[in-house]
Design a protein around this ligand. Structure first.
Ligand code: AMP
Length: 578
């Protein structure tokens, strides 16, 4: 049983959430009022002539919709040391770096204490709902979390990924403790300078306290899968470390070594146990519950660009439930997963109406991808309609006003009066040549379908990306695949045809038939290519736990395209429409 005081805390959290969502419209008005009042001195807001008015109608008629690029000059002034109220009333002292996997380079985003507060609020809300279904007592969490490099901007502001800024906040540890989710690893591992060494130690720390581990998690599912792929390679070395109580020489960072030496004692029984457990597995199926028998679930963002990792994660998880985490971004949080029993593919996110002011641009079928050229007319949080898709806009406490995040969401239902959203895709991840429009989701489905053909040879698609090649006329889609082994020519030819046929968008199919789009090309890249892409982003300041593989590489992402192109080992052209 949970301790009574904790149980009461979780119930209070749920009650609070119920209260907020029952009257979401009023809460939204109040939240906007609060944001605009706190930031009334901000130069940006003054520019739009609100003159102290804080109602949604005035706000919408005075303040324009913006992209990140519109706010960049303001954000750069802040980063360069301008302490006047530029975007917010109180000066911004920290900058977050978004993962930047879409544009090719990380974006600067303002970060402040309000964002830490809303992060904790959303963590605690979804945990309260999770804990109702899967209660955890006296738990530790095997958390694959990493800090990014931190640096100072020209103006002396601390800059790092949003997750790093959160992990460094004093509230983070307290919240994790209240959620029975204290990380098995010491801070030196989380904040270590080299993620490979940190990952090795996360695995080691998890194994040392294997029977206390109640959850296995990371921010995104990619990093959980990545970690267990690594375990497949290093498990014997980990067993040796545990047997002898001496950390492998692969970890050479002095602070990590010092911290690990306090935890690592010779334990031959545990080493034997792990050895036996792993030796008894068939193709690593169910390794997570085997090694961590008291784990209740696996937790992390599993939706959107993380869905392709689900089959591998399910394989490692055996029967252990996969619970998809909340929905947010470096710019701020949006919704909590309050239905943890839903499989990740169906996960929805209930918007917290007091963490920001939300608007939604309707995307009707015919103009879903042409909003740029028409005048979007956003609706409020409580005015969205079930079954419709929208682009999300938000206004927050950290200086973003009517900000186009670039995500497409679908309204699946309402919890009280707040919508429950499903993540659909990022808007700009689009394969398009002429009248064809394929989203990240379409690409994912095509890869999933073609990937099935490889299974007969027991081969998996480790990771994938895509590109529109216009260098030859007519332009054509290029799909890059990294595979777990060597597939036969026959299967790869078939897979290439299957990819081409699996893009069922009418524009694509009709263009392919008349050859205004050329045959799809499958390019198989060398093992380790996607690791090089990850390394490239880490070098730019990204953190592994926030990493998302770029699924569609556009012209701005020249370095990633070059890495992919330099590592191609085989090419296939589709005959599907020949
Ligand atoms: P970042 O650039 O690292 O701040 O990533 C933010 C983006 O990650 C969001 O705009 C979404 O596109 C994606 N994302 C975040 N949470 C989720 C989620 N729960 N499901 C799907 N995609 C998500």
């Amino acid at each position: 049983m949970l301790e009574k005081s904790e149980q009461l805390n979780h119930e209070k959290m749920i009650e609070e959430f119920e209260g907020l969502t029952r009257d979401a419209k009023r809460v939204q008005r109040e939240t906007l009022h609060k944001i605009l009042t706190e930031n009334r001195e901000a130069e940006y807001l003054q520019r739009w002539g609100l003159n102290g008015r804080t109602d949604p109608e005035t706000f919408q008629s005075c303040v324009p919709l913006v992209y990140h690029s519109d706010l960049e000059p303001y954000i750069h002034r802040i980063a360069d040391g301008d302490v006047s109220p530029v975007l917010t009333g109180k000066p911004i002292t920290t900058i977050s770096l978004s993962s930047g996997t879409t544009q090719g380079k990380p974006k600067y985003v303002p970060f402040n204490e309000e964002l830490v507060n809303s992060t904790m609020q959303i963590f605690r809300t979804s945990f309260a709902f999770r804990n109702r279904e899967y209660p955890i007592v006296n738990g530790k969490a095997l958390q694959f979390i990493y800090s990014s490099k931190q640096f100072k901007t020209k103006g002396g502001l601390a800059a790092g990924t949003a997750t790093t800024n959160v992990y460094r906040s004093s509230q983070f540890k307290k919240t994790m403790k209240s959620m029975q989710s204290q990380c098995c690893s010491p801070d030196e591992v989380i904040f270590g300078p080299d993620f490979r060494q940190s990952l090795y130690c996360h695995l080691l720390c998890g194994l040392i306290c294997y029977d206390e581990v109640k959850t296995v998690s990371s921010t995104f599912a990619h990093s959980i899968v990545y970690s267990f792929r690594k375990l497949e390679q290093v498990w014997e070395e980990l067993c040796t470390d545990i047997r002898e109580g001496v950390l492998s020489s692969r970890v050479n960072d002095p602070s990590i070594r010092a911290a690990m030496s306090k935890l690592l004692k010779p334990n031959p029984e545990l080493a034997d146990l792990i050895y036996r457990k792993i030796s008894g597995l068939s193709n690593w199926y169910g390794v997570i519950p085997e090694l961590f028998p008291n784990a209740r679930y696996i937790y992390g963002i599993m939706t959107g660009s993380m869905e392709p990792y689900l089959p591998k994660l399910r394989h490692y998880a055996g029967g252990l439930p996969l619970l998809s985490a909340d929905y947010g971004s470096s710019e701020g949080w949006i919704g909590a997963n309050i239905n943890p029993r839903l499989p990740p593919e169906q996960a929805t996110f209930a918007v917290l109406p007091d963490i920001g002011y939300f608007e939604f641009i309707p995307l009707q079928e015919e103009n879903a991808f042409n909003v740029l050229h028409s005048e979007p007319d956003p609706v409020g949080l409580t005015e969205v309609k079930i079954g419709e898709e929208y682009e999300i806009l938000f206004t927050n406490f950290a200086g973003l006003y009517r900000y186009r995040l670039g995500d497409v969401v679908k309204v699946m239902g309402f919890h009280n009066s707040t919508p429950e959203l499903q993540f659909v895709c990022r808007r700009n991840l689009l394969l398009t040549i002429n009248i064809d429009k394929n989203t990240e989701k379409d690409l994912q489905l095509a890869v999933e379908e073609a990937g099935k053909l490889l299974l007969e040879e027991k081969i998996e698609v480790v990771d994938f990306s895509s590109h529109v090649d216009l260098s030859t006329g007519p332009g054509h889609y290029v799909i890059f695949w990294e595979l777990s082994g060597e597939a036969s020519e026959e299967v790869l030819n078939k897979a290439c045809d299957c990819l081409d046929r699996s893009f069922v968008d009418a524009g694509y199919v009709s263009s392919r038939k008349v050859n205004t789009i050329g045959a799809l090309e499958l390019r198989v890249v060398e093992r380790g290519t996607f690791q090089k892409i990850l390394d490239h982003f880490l070098g730019l300041g990204a953190a592994v736990s926030q990493f998302k593989t770029p699924r569609c590489v556009g012209p701005s992402n020249t370095r990633v395209l070059q890495i992919l192109s330099d590592n191609v080992v085989k090419r296939y052209l589709s005959n599907a429409f020949a």
